[in-house]
Design a protein around this ligand. Sequence first.
Ligand code: HEM
Length: 373
Amino acid sequence: MASIASTSVLFVTLLQYFLVIGTLNISVCNGDHGKKISTNNGDQHHSSPKHHGDKIDDDEGDDIHGLKMKNFYRKSCPNVDVEKIVESITWKNVGANPSLGAKLLRIHYHDCFVRGCDASLLLDPTTNEATQVEKEARPNLSLTGYEVIDEIKTRLEQECPGTVSCADIVALAARDGVSFQFQKQMWKVPLGRRDGRVSLASEALTDLPSASSNFTTLLRLFSRKGLDKVDLVALSGAHTIGIAHCGVISRRLFNFTGKGDTDPSIEPAYAEILKAKCTTNNKPSSGNIIEMDPNSSIAFDNHYYININEKKGVFQSDAALLTDSFSATLVKEFENGNAFLANFAKSMVNMGAMEVLTREDQGEIRKQCRFVN
Ligand code: HEM
């Protein structure tokens, strides 16, 4: 089994390498990972990405879960380059504050995993709601960057009122935040999401994996959303950028089994470095932050996988990727930066199409991203 998996992964990797090198673009057609070779234990992976070869794209482009690959806003917002506007505002902000790229990417992930990519995460609490909104759920308290989405939305409302959804803006801004470093769009974002009207903190608690999740839990939560092991490993590579608060890993560092010990799965010298960073006045300090990929936390690169293989993953959920043989094979494969970027691009399109609202009778196009109409 392992050798079949590893041979086919190698094949896909080589194929993707040539696609990337051949086009000097991350080659993604519709985000479908293509036919999946599936085995009994759920080891699935992407064969060559699906191409439109036999079919001539019309103006609207092909569908993915009801989203359009091309020209979605051409008729509803004519003479305005919606994507360019999102890109220029995102790049301006990320250029001024490079840590924002990670924030925008995480917003998209946290939005998509709860009720699909419908911008439900962006809704602010209102005084007449008894229940808490997603934003108020514990895993979302450390999210920032919402003001960039607001800035983009305000500008697009001036150009084409009531037309471009907040959910599409979030998906584009996540792509553009990552793409800034490369100065080109790293994948195509299918568009046509509508905005949801419901936001519940309780759903964020059940649907988002935690930093201490083991592999079984991670795969269960990803599978529920239609994502597979390749998506899990590729998307986890997002942790090549950004920071974590020490509070998230303080148990892992200082009291793993309740006996003042450290998780033995962290490389001991690295554990000491993390412990030093997560301490103030010799005491664990939960508000401190660490770079998840030391000295490279704004570079979107393959270091995440190198770190994991060196047992320097920050979270248990990162280390858990080595506890499943197929996943561990992928972690090795994605040490190749081209293989990682190609798979990340495809998995982002998959994640961005999860449970989307696309029909006129679903959701709405919000006027302001923080409030339903
Ligand atoms: C596989 C399950 C995942 C778990 C358990 C997880 C957990 C976490 C945690 C605990 C943090 C630190 C938050 C803080 O302390 O401020 C974090 C940061 C981050 N996560 Fe994940 N995450 C997962 C998957 C993903 C995915 C799929 C993406 C995007 C595609 C992503 C993107 C990020 C980014 C960019 C950051 C850094 C945010 C910043 O710099 O403020 N994560 N994640």
